[in-house]
Design a binder for this molecule. Structure first.
Ligand SMILES: [Zn+2]
Length: 99
């Protein structure tokens, strides 16, 4: 199986477990099956990212968690097969798959 991906970035804030508000730079990879029109999909992925870019995650997606951000992108982009959201400076990643 071959998959292709579109990568974008999201800057967003959230509240941590002790109530501190702070921001992160997230890298979002949206994966598609072979043959996807990446030019069209890249524009769609970037348009979708603007909905959460520079937002408070609890307000924009209803959760502060990186894995919820991956699931949110997966739900918004119908042709995607999986979404990987990373925080590269910490080595953290979360992935959401379409069943
Ligand atoms: Zn944080």
């Amino acid at each position: 199986m071959i998959e292709v991906a579109v990568k974008t970035n999201v800057e967003a804030a959230h509240t941590d477990a002790v109530g501190r508000v702070h921001g992160h730079s997230y890298v979002v990879e949206v994966w598609f099956g072979e043959g996807a029109d990446l030019v069209t999909l890249a524009a769609f992925v970037r348009d979708t990212a603007t909905e959460v870019d520079h937002s408070m995650l609890e307000n924009s997606i209803g959760s502060s968690k990186m894995e919820s951000l991956a699931a949110w992108f997966l739900s918004k982009i119908p042709l995607s097969v999986r979404v990987v959201v990373s925080r590269p400076t910490l080595g953290f990643s979360a992935c959401a798959y379409r069943d």
